[in-house]
Design a protein around this ligand. Structure first.
Ligand SMILES: Nc1ncnc2c1ncn2[C@@H]1O[C@H](COP(=O)(O)OP(=O)(O)O)[C@@H](O)[C@H]1O
Ligand SMILES: [Mg+2]
Length: 277
């Protein structure tokens, strides 16, 4: 809010990036879906939270709590029926620059008949970029995820962790400022998942991305996030929002273990019961 003292002082210099508005804001968002029996299913109720610019925010909640719905709304794929969502300050039903937003899905969605490098380059094919530039950028994105030597492999020739890296490279190749991630590592074994977490944290620091990361895994949220938004069972509501300031890397540290235990206990204290319609 502008105060009288603000008005009296000289105009401020442009704010540095970290002082800009949130990358994403959910404001009193609600969403219903038509159910099979013709009634309306209430998926989300009054969800309000921000993804500050440059932060990693984890949405943590049980299955069916509306996590993917929130992500799909942040991507402008579906729209809320109450409240609003702002991406880089713009309403998702208006003029968001979607080229600045990347999406990584739960399954890697690699095309089996395309080389790794061509799977990455696919994300650039909708625009008018020349093929040589697309290849150059795809190679750079594979280098970024430390898979530079595997561009000419087919997906079936790669391990689960490597496929996950290709999918991450594909979501980064357009150089997004915001990355939306829907349980992207949930199918990996614990060790590979931990290496993807390290990779993501490294890339996040290098690229100054804002990341909205969906998970149902408490430890994953604690290891990655600057802020954890805990959702209740359907209809999804924000039950708690926790800012995490533990230094990285967190895996295996006392602080991370203590927070993980605390959040697990709080989840058990309120069983994930759905509210009847
Ligand atoms: N397109 C849709 N049509 C009908 N119901 C849907 C649709 N998308 C999601 N739902 C329902 O909304 C609820 C929340 O779904 P979702 O966002 O996928 O939850 P989560 O990702 O947390 O598991 C679930 O009960 C789901 O069945
Ligand atoms: Mg989901």
């Amino acid at each position: 809010m502008t105060s009288l003292t603000d008005l009296a002082s000289p105009p401020a210099a442009p704010a540095p990036r970290s002082d800009r508005g949130p990358a994403i804001s959910f404001e009193a968002v609600s969403k219903h879906f038509p159910a099979a029996d013709g009634s309306l299913l209430e998926a989300l109720r009054g969800v309000t939270f921000d993804v500050p610019c440059g932060n990693i925010v984890a949405i943590l909640g049980p299955s069916g709590s509306g996590k993917s719905t929130l992500l799909n709304m942040a991507a402008g794929l579906i729209f809320p029926d109450g409240g609003r969502i702002l991406v880089m300050g713009k309403r998702t039903d208006a003029a968001v620059d979607w080229g600045r937003v990347g999406y990584m899905f739960q399954d890697d969605r690699l095309l089996p008949w395309r080389l790794a490098i061509d799977n990455v380059a696919l994300a650039l094919e909708a625009g008018s970029m020349p093929a040589a530039e697309r290849s150059r950028r795809a190679r750079a994105a594979l280098d970024l995820v430390e898979l530079g030597g595997f561009g000419r492999s087919y997906p079936h020739q790669l391990s689960g962790g490597m496929r996950s890296r290709v999918a991450l490279a594909r979501s980064l190749v357009g150089e997004p400022e915001i990355l939306l991630m829907d349980e992207p590592f949930s199918r990996l074994d614990a060790q590979t998942r931990a290496s993807m977490h390290r990779e993501l944290i490294r890339i996040h620091a290098a690229r100054r991305l804002s990341i909205l990361f969906v998970t149902h895994d408490v430890e994953e949220a604690v290891v990655l996030a600057d802020r954890i938004v805990m959702m209740s069972a359907r209809p999804g509501r924000v039950r708690r929002s926790i800012d995490v300031s533990l230094p990285q890397p967190r895996l295996g540290t006392e602080g991370a273990a203590a927070l993980t235990a605390e959040l697990r206990a709080s989840l058990e204290a309120e069983p994930a019961q759905e509210v009847p319609p």
